[in-house]
Design a protein around this ligand. Structure first.
Ligand code: SF4
Ligand code: SF4
Length: 127
């Protein structure tokens, strides 16, 4: 499961991710990170069986946690099946189905946003 962590200025300097890994033994894979001196957002992939414990620990440290059930949302009414989003997805999370509609492998998507930028019809957005 993917979760989004938001770090406020009060806690950004603390090694929360390392501590949660040590305390839970969970193999956390960082998909995306945007961090500066005063705030940060990190998307991590958490093994399903460790998710509850990991989320609870982050929240106990003051980290704001959002579960990303659907990392990217597609507006099927706006999509014209041009394939531009598929071309720019570097990890091949997007593909055509047999009927040429677009499908997303939510487990692979790391919310890089490239497909959102590439879509000429603004059919894609972060959830
Ligand atoms: S956000 Fe990035 S990884 Fe996810 S589907 Fe779009 S291009 Fe692929
Ligand atoms: S780029 Fe936009 S319009 Fe084109 S296939 Fe992808 S979602 Fe649909």
């Amino acid at each position: 499961m993917k979760i989004l962590l938001r770090f406020t200025p009060e806690i950004i300097q603390e090694p929360h991710i390392a501590e949660v890994i040590l305390e839970t033994g969970a193999k956390l894979n960082i998909d995306r990170a945007s961090i500066d001196a005063v705030s940060g957002e990190v998307v991590i992939d958490v093994p399903d069986e460790k998710c509850d414990k990991v989320i609870k620990l982050f929240r106990s440290r003051g980290v704001v946690v959002s579960v990303l059930e659907h990392p990217i949302v597609l507006d099927e009414d706006e999509c014209v099946q041009c394939g531009a989003c598929i071309s720019v997805c570097h990890i091949k999370a997007l593909s055509f189905k047999e009927d040429w509609s677009i499908t997303l492998d939510e487990r692979r998507c790391n919310q890089c946003g490239a497909c959102i930028t590439a879509c000429p019809h603004r059919a894609l957005e972060f959830s």
